[in-house]
Design a protein around this ligand. Structure first.
Ligand SMILES: Nc1nc2c(c(=O)[nH]1)N[C@H]1C(S)=C(S)[C@@H](COP(=O)(O)O)O[C@H]1N2
Ligand SMILES: [Mo]
Length: 332
């Protein structure tokens, strides 16, 4: 019945997560009698924030600047396995959700231009027998492969993206989860000096995401280091991001610095911000509407007609068994 009550709306009419949260938080702050504080906090958010400047960190970090990648963006195939054309490189790297920079998708690439993802380390710890801090270059030993995946944002738009990376399972096997490890918790870099969007206190930084251990071990779950045959540009989550193609895009956490094996479901940034709308599982499911819009169709970036949204984003054969016997509407 919930479904029938919801009108079919085009994705352009959907209130972005950020606008809604801003409104909700403003009400909350006003109720708390903190109107002045609220106004200040709102003015600091999203695209209004100044672009990052060369900070004093640049000195301690040394002269290391990633040299612009001279290779032209290329992929080994031009379609996904369902015949969907690759989304052009310009859209993949020009229309981004990355709230650490901005809540405005078209502003992210410009704000991220001078972000230097080197040096960078990723610490793997928690309930593992071999905890270790990897330099990003150490991760090269995991052979990189190309994976063409659909990315379906919870806001009802999608892309087809040729990632470079390696299955997360390889890294987790090296870490050696103990028998108590049941979930994986991922954390993005927390550095308001380099991420202007983190001055926006509406969110509990750093960005956190989580997977069940068996989801994390599934062969589809990728740690991406590149896109279109090149290393990831900052706006895409340099130097290392997760890609979980059967879940809404917000699970695919960018610019990861920590991966911990844990015994309880981690609370993600989005669960903390609005757990009623954004759950732990976030599996793409056309039959389970978001509380404010339907999820049965989507706008493929670059196409005119809407497409039908597929259960598990079209990866049902690979992942449905993970959820056997679960109520997918309750475990949203
Ligand atoms: N750290 C971090 N990771 C993030 C986000 C973010 O704001 N911060 N946005 C998520 C959302 S909502 C989506 S749809 C995808 C977008 O990835 P893309 O910009 O590479 O298409 O990244 C996800 N990962
Ligand atoms: Mo998203």
């Amino acid at each position: 019945m919930l479904r029938r009550a919801l009108p079919t709306i085009s994705s352009s009419e959907i209130t972005p997560e950020s606008t809604y949260l801003t409104r909700m938080t403003r009400r909350g702050l006003l109720r708390a009698g903190a109107a002045a504080l609220g106004a200040g906090a709102l003015a600091a958010c999203g695209a209004d924030a100044p672009p990052p400047t060369a900070s004093s960190d640049a000195q301690t970090a040394g002269p290391i600047r990633p040299t612009p990648d001279p290779r032209t963006p290329t992929a080994s195939r031009q379609q996904d396995e369902l015949g969907g054309a690759l989304t052009p490189y310009a859209s993949v790297t020009g229309y981004n959700n990355f709230y650490e920079f901005s809540t405005q998708k078209e502003a992210v690439a410009t704000l991220a231009r001078d972000f230097n993802p080197s040096p960078w380390t990723v610490t793997v710890g928690g309930l593992v027998s071999n905890p270790r801090t990897y330099d990003i270059d150490d991760l090269r030993k995991f052979d990189q492969e190309e994976r063409i995946y659909r990315l379906r944002c919870v806001e009802a738009w999608s892309m087809v993206i040729p990632w470079l990376g390696f299955p997360l399972a390889r890294l987790l096997r090296e870490a050696g989860p103990t028998s108590q490890a049941k979930y994986v918790r991922f954390e993005s870099l927390n550095d308001p000096k380099r991420f202007p969007g983190q001055r926006d206190r509406l969110y509990q930084w750093p960005y956190v995401e989580g997977l069940r251990l068996d989801e994390a071990m599934n062969d589809l779950t990728l740690l991406a280091t590149g896109v279109y045959g090149r290393s990831l540009p900052p706006q895409s989550g340099a130097p290392l991001r997760l890609v979980v193609p059967w879940k809404y895009g917000f699970k695919s956490i960018k610019s990861i610095v920590r991966i911990d094996l844990v015994d309880a479901p981690p609370t993600s940034l989005w669960m903390a911000a609005n757990g009623r709308e954004y759950g732990f599982y976030a599996n793409v499911n056309p039959a389970v509407p978001h509380p404010r819009w339907l999820q049965d169709s989507e706008r493929r970036i670059g196409e005119l007609a809407r497409r039908k949204t597929l259960l598990f984003n079209g990866y049902e054969a690979q992942v449905a068994s993970l959820y056997a016997g679960m109520d997918l509407a309750r475990n949203y």
